[in-house]
Structure formats: C-alpha cells, structure tokens
Design a protein around this ligand. Sequence first.
Ligand code: PXG
Length: 301
Amino acid sequence: MSLKVYVNGHFVPKDQAVISVYDHGFLYGDGVFEGVRVYNGRAFRLDEHLKRLYESAKTVALDMPFPPEEMKEKVLQTIRINGLQDAYVRLVVSRGRGDLGIDPRKCPEPTIVIIAESITLYPEELYEKGLKVVTVPTRRMHSEMVNPRVKSLNYLNNILAKVEGNHLGYPEVIMLNSEGYVVEGSADNIFIVRDGAVITPAPHLGILEGITRNAVMELARSLELDMREEVFTRHDLFNADECFLTGTAAELIPVVEVDGRKIGDGKPGPVTRRLWEAFKELRETTGTPVYEGDKGRASAD
Ligand code: PXG
C-alpha cells in the first residue's frame, strides 16, 4: 500500500502528492517546517515541535490557518492512516501559491503538507565509533539576517556547509557564526564536555534551538551534571574531553575528531554514553500516544 501524504486537507497517495510551481515555498523557500520522530507509537515531544513551528511562522509573518491543537490532530491522523509505529514526520507550511513576485501578500492561503515515513536509521557503527567532523568556511547566518531560530524552508546556509563537508569527505560539519564562535552542525546541535561540565552554545549566538538539544539539557540536569549554555571557540572544541551532536534524525551521536584533532582519547566518552542511555530511556517512555487504547501509557510531553 502506498503511503498517504496530507496535502491541504486531503490524504493523497505519495506519488500524487504535489504542489503548485507557483508555491512560494518552491519559488523562494518561503515557509517553515518541522521534523518529528515517532517511537513505538508515540510522537516524541510533539507539543514542543508544534510550538517551534508556530513561533517560526509568527516570526516570518505567516498566518497559520488553524491552531496548534488542530495541527497536532492532523499530524497524528497522518501517522495513523499510514499505520506507522516508528516514523519520521515532516510537517511543512509554505506561504502558498502566489505570483512570480516575492510579495507574500500575493499568497492568500498557506500550503500544508504532512509526510510520515518509516525511518531509515544511521548505521549503528557511527554511534559506537563516533563521527569525524570538520569546521567549514560557510558561516551560520547572523540572527539579524535570517534568524537561525526560525526553522525555515530556506536551508541554503546549511546546505552550503554540507556541500563543503561532502567535498572534503566528511559525514557532518560544524558551523561557526560570523564572529568565529562554534554554533552548530549543518542539521544538529553541538555539545562539549570539559572538566565535568556539559556545554552547548548559547541561543543568542545564532542557533536553531533543537528539541533534542533541550531534551538532552533536561536529562543532563536531572543527572545532576553541570549543564551550561556558553560561548566557545574551535580551541575549546579541540581541547574538550568529549563532544557529541544532537538532532531529531541523529538523536545523540558522539564526535571523536574535529579538523584532524582527536577529541579526548578519540573514543566516545563516558558522559556522552550516559546521556545517550538516558535519551534512549526517555524516547521509549514518553511521547504523545498516536493510537486509541494507548491513552493509559505514560506521556511526559
Ligand atoms: N540545528 C539545525 C540547523 C537543524 O536543522 C537541529 C539543529 C536539531 O534540532 P532538533 O529539533 O531536530 O533536535 C536541526 C534539525 C534531518 C533534518 O532529516 C534535520 C533538520 C532539518 C532538516 C533535516 O536530519 N533539523
């Protein structure tokens, strides 16, 4: 059975899920999106993802046609109609159809697309051995240009960084901001561990405040680790005891080398492992139940 995709109020087979070439999401990258994981029939931190989607929309002055509760129901319906237990959900809201000019006032209705697919996981080996990464020349956009806090359809900044990583033969890259501070990966947040403290770049530096990042920060605090949001440079990164990345797709993945410098002893560290175990526990035990009859199960979201 072909997957069904939600497009503007209708569920249509995957190969018929299309939008207009006049859609400003296509023409200009004008829109916002979210990526959500479903684990064992429960949507992980769905309310937080919806909150971020609505905040992104607000900042780009895109009027959502219905409230978050209704969007939540549509997301759950999309997962249900496809009978998925473990999934990756992509929720896209674009400015909608307009004319060839950039003016959003020419786009009367946003386009809403929800895709729920079974997920292809990263190879287990990457989690065991850790990633080797590089910093790249393309800097993360300044927050007064296109604010990185907005999860917009305009991903060229990150894609250019990714292209540089591909060219150099690395699976992920680390971006710096225009002042040279470490900010994030191309589609992941970054953490370092130094002298027992767990440190992640502060939001004002210009990052996407990841849902996974926030969950891992909560876990670190509940494990009574010294969790901090700070400003740090490549020097701090090279000299960290441990480093890892977080994101909806990657979850929590160790980094063992940056720009040819070994991090710590070049193996995933103990704090990274502890947080990874805690994250696995969290994803199995929380989340919004997707299916009826699952209401009694725990939901800490
Ligand atoms: N920073 C950026 C720039 C991102 O795009 C994250 C951090 C992590 O945020 P979450 O909320 O996922 O913990 C992202 C994640 C993918 C994919 O399929 C991920 C993202 C965007 C597009 C694709 O891995 N964003």
